[in-house]
Design a protein around this ligand. Sequence first.
Ligand code: ATP
Ligand code: SF4
Ligand code: MG
Length: 357
Amino acid sequence: MTVAIDSAPLLQIENLRVYYWTQAGPVKAVDDISFTINPKERFGFIGESGCGKTTTIMAILRLIKRPGRIEGGRILLKGSDILSLNDEEMRQSRWSRISLIPQGAMNSLNPVMRVQDQIADAIVTHRGAVPIRELRERIGDLLETVQLSADVADMYPHELSGGMKQRVCIAMATALEPELIIADEPTSALDVVVQKAVMETLIGVQERLNASMILIGHDMGMTAQVADRVGVMYAGKLVEVAGTRELFRQPQHPYSQALISSLPSIREKKRGGGIPGLPPFLLNPPQNCLFHPRCPHAIAFCRETPPPMHRLRPGHMTACHKLSAPEQFDSAGGSDSGAGAAMAGAGTEASSGHQTR
Ligand SMILES: Nc1ncnc2c1ncn2[C@@H]1O[C@H](COP(=O)(O)OP(=O)(O)OP(=O)(O)O)[C@@H](O)[C@H]1O
Ligand code: SF4
Ligand SMILES: [Mg+2]
């Protein structure tokens, strides 16, 4: 789709930090990340399990629960900082301006309420009383926009298939026509054929509303097909942001390269594989470049200096010294300890390759 990249961003995240304060110390789940979402854009997040994707989006909704806390940064929605809203203003913004299809959404439907009453709840809570006939019509229309029959309104969740329940969740999340839809693994509990159909429905609704979307998907192939731009997260940091085609064809950060080369390819007759080594324990992460223990290019400089986010070209940012300070690598004469290779025997990702968790 065409995205208006020269218009003002819908959402700007600046230096966001979210920590979980455990008894053993702070888990830096999101550590100083910045990115923007443009109007009508679909932005995908990829990265191994535990890298901070869900924490990032829950911070945008201000739904971080204890022991988690937003430690710093700004979250600007059309220029105004969400973090400065009071609780009531924030409650009003959820659903009506930013809505969430949470991880495992279909299990969040209330089993003892009819679909109609659950959708009505969301509408009435935010818009106030609506005449019953108008409400029924509105719910019928909403169900039809997610390719369900209006009769589903009278059904209970146990009468619906997984795909139908997920469509109901999409209808609920978009009932108030939000500007930003956040979908955390919206199709992961469904079988492959239903996944594709539900994703098409979600995109159809997003485009009809002219909304932007943040999409977290464990299936990188799906993200590659759906997103306009992609952010790669590693251990609470954003390490690369680029247009989807550019990122998947020419990833620049060594972690993005490893992640994308773990995808199986039919054209190249290549099986997927894991990334050597394990993601760091965020209570006690490596210093400076967090990827250095797994990176085949690491030099001493990577362990001593944090890599800044560096603009390679318009729209393509990455945080790796090899790209922002190549002279350091010329003088070092290659990787210092073959760290990446040394880690290869230390265990492989739980992932089988094409999925990030
Ligand atoms: N309540 C909590 N207390 C302590 N640590 C937490 C808590 N919730 C999340 N974390 C930690 O924060 C980090 C980021 O978790 P998050 O759920 O955001 O990752 P994710 O990228 O969404 O993973 P997944 O792909 O498995 O959904 C992880 O290391 C996780 O262990
Ligand atoms: S900064 Fe160094 S260790 Fe980190 S990804 Fe780049 S080359 Fe590898
Ligand atoms: Mg998650």
